[in-house]
Ligand binder design. Structure first.
Ligand code: ME8
Length: 529
């Protein structure tokens, strides 16, 4: 049973550089899930934002010759623009430099100090600035490399506050036990338990004194709060936690809400170990699920500025349109595992699924309705034969499959179910041979039935695709002359409502790409040309 409210978040990204197609991937999937929930009438809150403090940002700002605030302001403006171009439907954008958030983090720190979950000590160990994470001698190894990102760590020795992690490790394991879906996919849970919890949780350093770009600890302002403690609380502060107006918090962080954090597998540990422990310390409920998605890799590994293989979402959208990129994200990458971005697969997805299967089905349907029925969609005739029956059965099955998969967050499989329905419709044309039916006036009803079924398949597909594709569904509805009423999700399962609409011939939904030219074009982008 769905809960009354749904709260979904992306990680809050570091505004240390412009975002790339990896960040846009996570945001698009979150956006698609949020739109899917809203379609079903579930009151949804979708949060994204930026994680603006810490040593990394301070260093990057210095290198750019700017103050940290001016530095992040500029990058954040670009990120907000990108989400606008991508029509991301977030209900709020949080910046950890916002005053209200900083106050919440200070209050949290005070409470943790007061209840002796936090104590003052001295940190001596290793630090990875790009990941903003602490490592022990054993973890950093002889090579002094960050176990997460493989980059060099540096020695850190400074006075700092510590959080008593070990106090909560039993409670955390019990929580995992009683909430088997908390970490999804499950393989990630085993990884965390074996690598971090079983060897014994060390107390975590939760403040820094060697730089000052952060939220000052009220009780001891020489310290700034560790950036991960600061960042994780964004999920609660954005809703009004510990603030005067906490209406959203009372809804979306209540037991009536389903809370879902999407995170990449680079930051699992922070979300499935530290975050629930911090919440337990504050006496707050834990989220229902942390969904760990895979990363989009390039042929030569991770995207990085130094490799020069970073692709900006903007350049792909400018050339291929928003829907092409969004569709690539929801279809090509198996949600939950790493995927590799290749220009060949990108172009293939656009050409095979969008241009050939989907766009062409619309084109053929509009063409035939124009030719055989003067552009008016014929009335529903029921199922006149096995082909019609099978078409409807595949439709019903695909619709259920889509919901089942979306609810299980198997996003790529959900969209595969829609494309299965679309492919079936293309096959239905070949099998029912409308061009032959048209020659025989006695078979006019059959011809009407085929046209009506095709138009309805397209209508249903457009509704199902609408959480992911933001432009094509409307173009399709317009081309088929579909009324506002029949564009609604509440009519999704109807097979008998179309008839009398006037179709309009127009430009193809997705122009077919010249694969050789476009693969070359994207390859050049990947080499930073
Ligand atoms: O870690 N493929 O921020 P971040 C897919 N500020 N997703 C990718 C990706 C890729 N190649 N690269 C990045 C931080 N991501 C912290 C988060 S949350 C309280 C604080 C996505 O800018 C993915 O979701 O490094 C990953 O976990 C996140 O961006 C990391 O973003």
């Amino acid at each position: 049973m769905s809960k009354k409210y749904f709260y979904i978040t992306t990680p809050i990204y570091y505004p240390s550089a412009k975002l790339h197609i990896g960040h846009a991937y996570c945001t698009t999937i979150a956006d698609t899930i949020a739109r899917y929930k809203r379609l079903q009438g579930i009151e949804t809150f979708f949060l994204t934002g930026t994680d603006e403090h810490g040593e990394k940002i301070q260093k990057n700002a210095e290198a750019a010759g700017k103050t940290p605030q001016a530095f992040v302001d500029e990058i954040v403006a670009g990120i907000k623009d990108l989400w606008k171009v991508m029509k991301v439907s977030n209900d709020k954008y949080i910046r950890t430099t916002d005053d209200y958030h900083m106050e919440v983090v200070q209050k949290v720190f005070t409470k943790m100090l007061e209840q002796d979950d936090i104590y003052l000590g001295e940190y001596e160990g290793w630090y990875c600035t790009p990941c903003e994470s602490f490592w022990t001698d054993t973890q950093a190894g002889e090579e002094h490399i960050c176990p997460d990102c493989g980059r060099p760590v540096h020695k850190a020795k400074e006075e700092s506050y510590f959080f008593r992690m070990s106090k909560y490790s039993k409670r955390l394991l019990d929580f995992y036990e009683s909430h088997p879906d908390f970490i999804t996919p499950e393989s990630r849970k085993n990884e965390m338990v074996n690598n971090f919890i079983k060897p014994g949780l060390e107390d975590l350093c939760v403040s820094r004194t060697s730089f000052d770009w952060g939220i000052p600890v009220r009780e001891n302002p020489r310290h700034v709060v560790y950036v991960w403690l600061d960042a994780l609380f964004n999920y609660a502060s954005a809703l009004g936690y510990l603030q005067e107006d906490d209406e959203l918090y009372n809804k979306f962080w209540s037991d009536d809400a389903e809370i879902l954090h999407l995170v990449g597998n680079d930051i699992t540990r922070f979300h499935v170990i530290y975050w629930p422990i911090f919440l337990m310390s504050m006496g707050m409920r834990c989220p229902d699920k942390v969904y760990v998605h895979g990363l989009i890799m390039m042929k030569d590994g991770k995207m990085s500025k130094s490799k020069g293989n970073v692709i900006s979402p903007n350049v792909l959208i400018d050339r291929y349109g928003l829907d092409a990129l969004r569709y690539y994200y929801v279809s090509e990458v198996v949600f939950g595992t790493d995927g590799q971005f290749t220009p060949e697969q990108f172009v293939e997805r656009v050409n095979i699924d969008l241009a050939n299967d989907f766009g062409n089905l619309l084109n053929r349907t509009v063409g035939m309705i124009t030719k055989y029925f003067g552009g008016i969609i014929p009335e529903y005739q029921g199922c006149l034969n096995d082909l019609d029956k099978d078409m409807e059965a595949v439709g019903r099955h695909s619709i259920e499959e889509y919901h089942h998969k979306m609810d299980a967050l198997k996003v790529n499989e959900a969209f595969a179910a829609v494309f299965n329905y679309i492919s079936r419709a293309n096959k239905y044309i070949e099998e029912s041979k409308p061009w032959e039916l048209a020659k025989d006036p006695e078979r006019n009803n059959e011809l009407k039935s085929v046209m009506n079924h095709l138009a309805n398949t397209l209508r249903q597909a457009a509704i199902l695709l609408s959480p992911a594709l933001l432009e094509a569904p409307e173009k399709l509805f317009n081309a088929l002359g579909i009324s506002e009423e029949l564009r609604k999700y509440s009519t999704l399962r109807d097979f008998d409502k179309l008839g009398g609409e006037t179709v309009t011939k127009g430009n193809p939904l997705f122009p077919r790409l010249d694969a050789t030219v476009e693969v070359e074009y994207i390859k050049n982008l990947m080499q930073g040309k």
